[in-house]
Design a protein around this ligand. Sequence first.
Ligand code: GLC
Length: 460
Amino acid sequence: MDISRRKFLSRTSLAGAGLILPSQLGAWQLMEPAGNPAADPLQQDPDAVPVASARVKAFEQMGFGMFVHWGLYSQIGRGEWAMNMHGVPKEEYAKLMKTFTAKDFNGRELARLAKRAGMKYITHTSRHHDGFSLYDTRGLSDWDITHTPADRDLIRDFTDGCREEGIVPMLYCTTLDWTDERFKNDWKAYQEYLRASVKLLCTEYGSIGGFWFDGNWSKPNADWETDALYGVIREHQPEALIINNTGIGAGGKVGNPEIDSTTFERGRPEPIDRRGHPKYVAGEMCHTLNFHWGIATQDFNYLSPAHVIEELCGCRRAGTNLLMNIGPTATGAVPEYETALLKRVGDWIALHGGDDGPIYHGQSCGIQGEARDFGLRLDDEVYLFIFDLTPTADTRAHGKSRGGGKRAFLELDGDWKSAVWLDNDEELKVERGADGSLILNATRYPYGTNTVVRVARLKR
Ligand code: GLC
């Protein structure tokens, strides 16, 4: 099927279900009516799998997002936890407000980079654990952008810039706060402060794709008043996703029924078993390009483009999104390594079907190959993802290589006659194994090519 027909079919199926108007096709914010589309009350089957709301479905199809950690701490250059980990006193840390110019921050350029990288949304810190807000809190707190030399509200710059580039803006909101006295001394007032902050973010910056909370893990037994907090979002931005990071130890857990996606912080997501769940909840794995989220100038332990491509594929295998983090500099520029890396990942996505291809729209459906190989279904097509193919010459030259040759897949029925590599249209043979598995005869890369994970489309 050609791409335009596929796009038409997948979008009209939402329209057909009455969820969007034709004039709104592709518009994230308009894709779902308000309310919880949870289980059909008449449905009694305890193994029934709930249907994804249009909002959650659209989130899954965005597939790949950019996470941005940026704030006062970026001027220290030792990660976003610098204040806490290095015991910087509040008065000392507050001096960073005097030098925070944001002179190189440009929401639109950030959105352009995300687009170039094949990322469909950006989740940007609006306030991190140090308590400093990148937006005008209109008197809710003195620790905000209006108390710095920066001449603008950076969340407005960010949200406007995203929309100009067709990128969905989402906002990270800390719930843990190291500097606001209310966090320590007046829990009720702190909760009100949180809600008032979220209300501002909901009402002053146009349509927001989602809110990404982080920090409830710091006080697991506290009453975070999440019904009231999420109620603010449902009232003012009913189409926004609600996500609350469960932390490294509790990847994949769902708490409040308003949650739209589970998190897998630097985890290895597996397909989510949704049988018997009251609501279809998406999954998102967040990861960072080195070992810190805010810039750490002496952390050289960077991921490679190859690693990010493999992580992206691993997430799509499990049906989860990948939210990949960058930490801009003290003044808000994106460092050159991150820029270059993300462009390589964007090139890889473009080579494998781009916007309408399997990376975004392929469905995880249990097609499992050997080792990390897997398959995704997209409408009536199947795409096979092949890892660790040999580089051009001698397989011994590369530790992980399994070489070209036969790759078997289970849980893959259908009458498939051949396959074709997406990157160069080379025809490949397929056959059935004695155990019913489908076997792809994967050829080696031609000299001059190594795409890390190679994708083949099966043909009838
Ligand atoms: C952790 C960290 C935080 C970071 C987040 C991203 O919760 O506390 O610094 O923002 O992970 O997932």
